[in-house]
Design a protein around this ligand. Structure first.
Ligand code: ADP
Ligand code: MG
Length: 337
């Protein structure tokens, strides 16, 4: 009898697959949590324990990388007593990546920018506009060529401090995605604040449509359709404060120690590796459209959407077909070639 019911059940399942033309939809598992100072939301199809492990992975990295948590490894490095310190394999790998990206972007992305970021109060939310004398005193401490990494031993000049705020979410997204893929997950979307990481396609095989914020309103500017890629945005509208009617945002130009005034309000980078996309979104924002476009032409291993202060939008050639401007948007759109 039991066997008959079982047979009937599978016959009905086959019939329903035949009638609807598709297999039963895998169950989405949602993880919502706060880490790295932002909201995170993972949707993983199929494997609930993998979703929980991906969250744990990100929380562990947060504990390692926080500049404010006194028990983090980065805090220990930034408050070191000696000139050299031994790093964990994890932090060694991240710092190596960060220094490579700093070199490639000629310091537009610079993980030694922390003394200046702290002076503006961006990590503590005790915002203030530093005096020029203070910035002049701190700027010599910002120099990505100074940290000397020998295997896992790091030598840093006195008072130099590290900040992975511009790369950590991308790195964490890569780690979470790697863990999920290793567990056989073929469909997931990970949202780490402004960083999106996609694994495979949606369960029905279609691309993920990732919204890009309009810096000037609550609407979406547009979408990019992707699979298996990271989509990372850095924008001056994401974290800022106002003082005496002036707005100050959190993307610092390491050359001046002040919020980058490059004519851009948002940069979205689309590519395979979240850490690279994250650092590049910060760096290209600092560079401004012209230098950023030159950087893209030299590298071509990522694509980007730039929004300028005058409202115009520029997308790199590889996104011409996958980027769609929202119908409500009346903006000039240029394709960079
Ligand atoms: P978000 O953290 O909002 O996603 P970003 O990825 O652009 O934005 O990173 C900004 C953070 O990175 C800042 O809060 C600061 O901690 C750090 N940062 C700011 N300017 C730079 C820079 N030029 N290079 C490296 N890190 C930076
Ligand atoms: Mg970034």
């Amino acid at each position: 009898m039991a066997r008959l019911i079982c047979r009937l059940g599978s016959a009905l399942l086959i019939l329903s697959v035949f009638l609807t033309g598709c297999a039963p939809k895998p169950t989405p598992h949602e993880q919502r949590f706060v880490a790295m100072d932002t909201y995170m939301h993972f949707t993983v199809y199929g494997d609930s324990s993998a979703a929980v492990q991906a969250q744990e992975e990100v929380q562990q990295l947060d504990q390692l990388l926080s500049v404010t948590d006194e028990s983090s490894e980065v805090y220990a490095v930034n408050h070191r007593a000696a000139q050299t310190c031994d790093l964990s394999p994890e932090l060694t790998a991240l710092l190596e990546q960060a220094l490579i990206l700093a070199r490639q972007t000629q310091g537009a992305f610079d993980p030694t920018v922390y003394p200046v970021v702290r002076a503006w109060g961006f990590t503590t939310e005790r915002y203030q506009v530093p005096e020029q004398e203070e910035l002049d005193r701190l700027l010599p401490l910002v120099d990505h060529t100074a940290p000397l990494l020998n295997e896992n031993s790091l030598a840093l000049p006195p008072d130099m401090q590290l900040d992975f705020g511009g790369i950590a979410k991308g790195w964490a997204g890569d780690r979470a995605a790697q863990l999920l893929r290793g567990k056989g997950v073929t469909s997931a979307i990970l949202r780490l604040g402004g960083n999106i990481h996609t694994i495979g396609t949606k369960p029905d095989g279609s691309l993920w449509n990732i919204g890009i914020d309009d810096p000037d309103s609550d609407d979406a500017l547009g979408t990019v359709a992707v699979s298996d890629l990271a989509v990372v945005t850095s924008g001056s509208y994401q974290r800022f404060f106002t003082s005496n009617g002036q707005t100050y945002h959190h993307i610092i130009d390491p050359a001046t120690g002040r919020p980058a005034a490059s004519g851009l309000t948002s940069v979205t980078v689309v590519g395979k590796y979240g850490a690279r996309c994250d650092a590049l979104s910060t760096a290209l924002f600092v560079m401004g459209l012209e230098d950023a476009a030159r950087f893209w032409r030299e590298h071509r291993d990522f694509e980007a959407v730039f929004i300028s202060e005058d409202g115009s939008v520029s997308v790199t050639a590889g996104l011409e077909d996958s980027f769609t401007l929202s119908p409500s948007q009346n903006r000039k759109l240029e394709v960079l070639t």
